[in-house]
Ligand binder design. Sequence first.
Ligand SMILES: NC(=O)c1ccc[n+]([C@@H]2O[C@H](COP(=O)([O-])OP(=O)(O)OC[C@H]3O[C@@H](n4cnc5c(N)ncnc54)[C@H](OP(=O)(O)O)[C@@H]3O)[C@@H](O)[C@H]2O)c1
Length: 271
Amino acid sequence: MNSHPSGRLGDMSGRTAVVSGASSGIGLAILRRFLEAGATVHGLARRDRLIEEQARDAAPEADRLHHHSVDVGDPEAVRDWARRFSGPVDTLVCAAGTNIPERRLAQLTPPVWDSMLATNLSGTFYLLHALLPRLREARGDVVVLSSVAGAWPDHTGPAYQAAKAGLLGLARGAGMDEYGNGIRVCTILPGIVNTPILDDRPEPPPQELRDLFVQPQDIAEACLAAITLPKRACIAEMTVVATALQSMGNTQAATPAPPREPRSAVRPGTP
Ligand SMILES: NC(=O)c1ccc[n+]([C@@H]2O[C@H](COP(=O)([O-])OP(=O)(O)OC[C@H]3O[C@@H](n4cnc5c(N)ncnc54)[C@H](OP(=O)(O)O)[C@@H]3O)[C@@H](O)[C@H]2O)c1
């Protein structure tokens, strides 16, 4: 089976996607963008009713948007859902993720560590593993939402960073094991993105700065481009940062400093 029947960049007609973390932020933006691009989309989240509420307008036909209540950090719940779920899957996006205000090393406890790793790392493995036969059948696409926190040190906390670095390893290993079966694996490493996850920071960033952050729709466009690129090419990893605030490897500041006045705005004679 060809997972990208039309072969046109940005066109998902005829495709069926599963998107985790689809009730909010990046996952919701990806689910909406996939619907606009013509796909049938199954959104997963614990608060799955939010998916219906927030995305129904993007899919006027009732049979293209489906929502499922699944806790991705629970292996039995994922396995049971995958058993009940019928039909093909040619695209899997793993965007479910979380962080906690008490994220410093000294504040973490073993149960909190386990829970952070379950949602942010193991959940992606559980989904990928459960859907692998169908992804193989479709010679499909997998997109993993890691983070720049998995590539460079920052203030997101050791549990979050360990999980996001683990996702890079999982995606690289899965790509190595499955490219021969026609599966493309793409890891997206976003910098700071304006979503509700930022509200769980010990000090949430100010609203005026959030307009300069990457927006969830930007990640959705990047994701769509990766999975509708001609199948002969695979974007294995992409880092997406806020142009005005961050750059590759320069993502350490929890709240990046606002940009300085552009040079052209400095009046002649000003020291
Ligand atoms: N925003 C950023 O700056 C940023 C930067 C880099 C990477 N990321 C990553 O991008 C992904 C999306 O985050 P976001 O910023 O869009 O955050 P968000 O708005 O808080 O959305 C998180 C999503 O994950 C779902 N989720 C959380 N725990 C879950 C669980 N146990 N089972 C199932 N679903 C669960 C939530 O749904 P329910 O609560 O309804 O279950 C929600 O849909 C995450 O992996 C995050 O780590 C975000």
